[in-house]
Ligand binder design. Structure first.
Ligand code: NAD
Length: 340
C-alpha cells in the first residue's frame, strides 16, 4: 500500500500545496492531519475521507505513535517549530519530511538528525527542486559540460512581503529574514548546480530598518561563495521584490533559468557561440516535483535507502547560513573549510 503521511500545519503550503499533491503520487497518500484549528482539521479530514482518529491537535500530536496508518510526518510549520515537531515525530516512531529551512540553527539540525538516527527513522528536507524537471536538466547540462567549465553562478530569489505581523517577519518564528526563506533556494542552487561545497563566504546585508516589515529580520542579503574549482557564486535573497533566477556561466556558454524554482512555469535556455536555445526538459521523476518529493521518501522508507536530500543536506545549508549571517555581521570573509 502507499505509505501514509500526516501533514502538520494546515497553512498555505501544507494545505494549499502539499495535500492536493497526493492525487499525483504513486507511493504516498494522506493519512492524517495535525492542526491547531479543530474545525479546519475536521473539514480537511472529511474532504479527504480520513477517519476522526486521524485528526490531531498540537497537544495530542505525540499519540500519533499509536496510529498505524501514519508512516511519515510532514512538518509544514513556521521555521522555529521544525525541530520540535521533527523530534517529537521521530520519538513517536515516524519518519519525517521537514520543510525548508530545516530549522533555525545548526544545533537544532544536529538534534533533529540525532533524534531520527536514534529512532532509526528517515529524515528528508522538502527540497522540491531536486525533483523539478528544469532544475534536474540544468544540473545534467552543467555536469555534461554543455556550458564548458562552470566559472560563475548568479542566483536571486525573493518574494515581496506584505503585513509586518506575518510570522516570516518575526525573528522568533522565522529565525531570520529572506535568507531563511527564499535565500535557501539561492544557496541550494549554487550548491546543486556546481556540485561543489563552498570553501568561503563573504556576505553583506542591506535592510531599510525604517520599513515596518523589517524591524526584526533582514530584507536583502547578498553573499559570495567560493568553490574549490575556482568557481564563484553570487547569491542574493530579498523580501521587498519578487525574483526567481539562476544563471550558470561556463567558459563555453551559459545556462539560464527564469523563473527558475517556481511551483510551475519555469523557463530555461542555453547560450553558446552567440546563439540562444530554449530548453524543454524531459519529464521529471513524477507527475509533479511535489509528487516526486513525496514519493521519494516513501520509496526510501521501503528500500532503506537514504533520501537524496537528507537531514545532512539541510545541516550543510544551515552551516553556510550561519556563516553568511556571521560574515555580514562581522564584515569579513568566513572560511568554511576549516582554514584560517
Ligand atoms: P503559513 O503561515 O501559511 O502556514 C503555517 C501553519 O502553521 C499555519 O497553518 C499556522 O496556523 C500554523 N502555526 C502553528 N503555530 C503557529 C505559530 N505560532 N505562528 C504561526 N503559524 C503557526 O506558512 P507556509 O507558507 O505554509 O510555510 C510553512 C513552512 O513551509 C515554512 O517553513 C516555509 O518555509 C515552508 N514553505 C516551503 C515551500 C516550498 O516550496 N518548499 C513553500 C512555502 C512554504
Amino acid at each position: 500500500r502507499p505509505l501514509g503521511y500526516a501533514i502538520v500545519g494546515l497553512g498555505t503550503y501544507g494545505l494549499g500545496v502539499i495535500i492536493p499533491q497526493f492525487a499525483n503520487c504513486t507511493h504516498s497518500r494522506l493519512a492524517a492531519v495535525v492542526s491547531g484549528d479543530p474545525a479546519k482539521a475536521q473539514r480537511v479530514a472529511a474532504e479527504h475521507g480520513l477517519p476522526a482518529r486521524s485528526v490531531y491537535s498540537y497537544a495530542n500530536f505525540d499519540s500519533i505513535r499509536d496510529n498505524p496508518d501514519v508512516d511519515i510526518v510532514y512538518v509544514c510549520l513556521p521555521n522555529s517549530m521544525h525541530a520540535e515537531y521533527t523530534i517529537r515525530a521521530a520519538k513517536a516512531g515516524k519518519h519525517v519530511m521537514c520543510e525548508k529551512p530545516m530549522a533555525v540553527s545548526v544545533a537544532e539540525c544536529e538534534a533533529m538528525i540525532a533524534a531520527c538516527k536514534r529512532a532509526n527513522r528517515k529524515l528528508m528536507i522538502g527540497y522540491r527542486c531536486h525533483f523539478e524537471p528544469f532544475n534536474l536538466e540544468a544540473m545534467r547540462l552543467a555536469r555534461s559540460g554543455a556550458a564548458g567549465k562552470i566559472r560563475y553562478v548568479r542566483t536571486e530569489h525573493g518574494f515581496t512581503q506584505g503585513s509586518p505581523s506575518a510570522w516570516r517577519l518575526k525573528r522568533a518564528l522565522a529565525g531570520g529574514g529572506s535568507l531563511m526563506d527564499m535565500g535557501v533556494y539561492s544557496l541550494q542552487a549554487a550548491r546543486y548546480m556546481t556540485g561543489e561545497e563552498p570553501i568561503a563566504v563573504t556576505a553583506r546585508e542591506s535592510t531599510d530598518r525604517r520599513d515596518p516589515r523589517f524591524t526584526e529580520v533582514e530584507d536583502m542579503i547578498e553573499w559570495t561563495l567560493e568553490f574549490p574549482s575556482g568557481a564563484i557564486a553570487g547569491c542574493q535573497s530579498m523580501y521587498s521584490a519578487n525574483q526567481n533566477h539562476i544563471l550558470l556561466m561556463g567558459d563555453k556558454g551559459r545556462i539560464e533559468l527564469e523563473p527558475a524554482t517556481r511551483y510551475d512555469g519555469n523557463h530555461m535556455w542555453t547560450g553558446r557561440d552567440g546563439r540562444e536555445r530554449e530548453v524543454t526538459p524531459p519529464a521529471g521523476p513524477a507527475k509533479t516535483q511535489f509528487a516526486g518529493q513525496l514519493d521519494h521518501l516513501a520509496q526510501c522508507v521501503r528500500s532503506g535507502a537514504e533520501p537524496i536530500v537528507s537531514g545532512e543536506e539541510g545541516l550543510r545549508d544551515m552551516r553556510i547560513v550561519e556563516a553568511i549571517y556571521r560574515s555580514a555581521r562581522e564584515g569579513r570573509t568566513i572560511r568554511l573549510d576549516g582554514r584560517a
